[in-house]
Design a protein around this ligand. Structure first.
Ligand SMILES: Nc1ncnc2c1ncn2[C@@H]1O[C@H](COP(=O)(O)OP(=O)(O)OP(=O)(O)O)[C@@H](O)[C@H]1O
Ligand SMILES: [Mg+2]
Length: 430
């Protein structure tokens, strides 16, 4: 190295913001740069040839011994970070001699040889305070992030549980709604069949009197007299009317019971081929008492193949859509039920002439508990449950709505379930 190069090298070492200390193999100080003088407040002249640990007693640590063993005895470059210990020697001042906050240090100890062939050790001290600070922030951020993640996972687990409970309680709610509807529907025919029976009992009593009189009657005239007084002709007509009416009533009850039977497969959770129109009619029967005061129901069914589905669940979806449609109508309107078939897909549609849905609410209607209905009227679960059911069927729901004019919900279902998904999803969502 010529003198020019040496000059450059030494200028660099004197100006660099890194502590540079040269030690002999016994850790005696040979040299340190300006940075060390200024930041330690000690003078090189007094420290030269002194053991490092005498000038800087704080450096006398197990860490230094370990570093020394590796660097001197094994010829390695040993790098330590500020974590443990935070500094090797204390540098309490900044470069202008003012007290400085504690500097965290990273260090490098490495063996080298000078031209005089004497084995030496270089000790470099880097101020890593800033790095440490960044690192700390990073650590803290990472920590927060991971605890957030744990929180989120817990939340997701909770949500899944809530969702399962929701499905369960919604089922119960639907059964309750169903029961109320059925009670209402059955009440009326049962009422008049019962009163007809009472009237008929009176008539039978009178008829028996006439027949009994046949044996004891002195003359035909007496019998005719009795017949007239008991208004036989009126009874005759009325009996037929009453029986006809009662048969109608019982017929109606039978129909409702049949519908109920279809609905009572609530727990059945198996995909099977089903006639969706039949399900729709059943559902219509069940919700009839909610619809009939609000709308004229028009059926525009297309041709449908048998569809692989869980029929009672699809019934439930359609029931939710129908009840929503009825609720959306203020006075009296029209609800149109349509169905259709395209390639491997079928669709069912419920259109109403109700108040419609504001555009900014359209993407919220499937949220659990989202409802615009007054407290006690809506739970906001109908569409969320329907959405889940349709998703479980690998289908989708579309909605088109014009505020003030009406809303159309269309449920798309594949005619056959994709092979694996059927099982997997059925397992997940229940
Ligand atoms: N056909 C429709 N017309 C207008 N708004 C609708 C219609 N269907 C749903 N909505 C809106 O979407 C909201 C959510 O419907 P969803 O069926 O999930 O709950 P809900 O009917 O309010 O209560 P629940 O069904 O649990 O009794 C309703 O409150 C309503 O604002
Ligand atoms: Mg609803």
């Amino acid at each position: 190295m010529d003198s020019r190069q040496r000059e450059l090298a030494s200028a660099l070492v004197e100006h660099i913001e890194i502590g540079v200390i040269v030690l002999d193999s016994e850790l005696r100080i040979q040299y340190w740069n300006d940075f060390v003088s200024q930041c330690s407040g000690k003078m090189l002249e007094q420290a030269r040839q002194q053991p490092l640990t005498l000038t800087f007693p704080e450096a006398d640590t197990p860490c230094l011994s370990k570093m020394l063993a590796l660097a001197r005895d094994h010829g390695e470059h040993v790098y330590t970070e500020w974590h443990e210990p935070p500094y090797l020697i204390r540098l309490p001042f900044d470069r202008s001699g003012e007290p400085a906050p504690l500097r965290l240090q990273s260090t490098l100890l490495f063996p080298f040889k000078s031209s005089a062939d004497q084995p030496l050790l270089g000790l470099l001290l880097y101020d890593s305070s800033e790095l440490a600070r960044d690192n700390k922030q990073l650590d803290a951020a990472l920590h927060t992030l991971s605890s957030k993640q744990v929180e989120q996972e817990l939340l997701i687990a909770k949500l899944e549980k809530a969702n399962a409970q929701l499905m369960q309680s919604e089922k119960l709610a639907a059964i309750g709604q169903l029961a109320a509807g059925v009670a209402h529907e059955i009440n009326n025919p049962i009422g008049y069949v019962f009163s007809n029976l009472q009237t008929l009992a009176g008539y039978v009593h009178d008829l028996l009197r006439i027949i009994d009189a046949v044996d004891g009657a002195a003359s035909l005239d007496e019998l005719r007299q009795l017949k007239r007084s008991l208004e036989y002709d009126y009874i005759r007509n009325d009996v037929e009317a009453l029986i006809g009416e009662s048969e109608d009533g019982i017929e109606r009850v039978k129909k409702i019971i049949a519908a109920l039977k279809d609905f009572s497969h609530f727990e059945e959770d198996e995909f099977r081929l089903a006639d969706l129109h039949r399900g729709l009619d059943t559902t219509l029967n069940v919700v009839n008492n909610e619809l009939k005061y609000k709308a004229e129901v028009i059926k525009e069914y297309g041709q449908l193949p048998a569809v692989e589905c869980m029929p009672s669940q699809i019934n439930q979806v359609m029931m939710n859509l129908l009840v929503n449609a009825a609720h959306a109508i203020e006075q009296f309107g029209r609800i149109t039920l349509r169905s259709g078939h395209e390639n491997d897909w079928v669709w069912l549609e419920v259109e109403d002439t109700g108040q419609g849905i504001a555009p900014h609410l359209l993407n919220r209607i499937y949220e659990p508990f989202f409802t615009t209905k007054p407290v006690g009227k809506g739970t906001g679960l109908g569409l969320s449950l329907s959405y889940n059911i349709v998703r479980k069927h690998s289908g989708r729901i579309e909605v088109f709505s014009t505020p003030g004019q009406g809303t159309r919900f269309r449920v798309w279902l594949p005619t056959r379930q994709p092979a694996q998904q059927t099982q997997e999803d059925a397992g997940h969502n229940e």
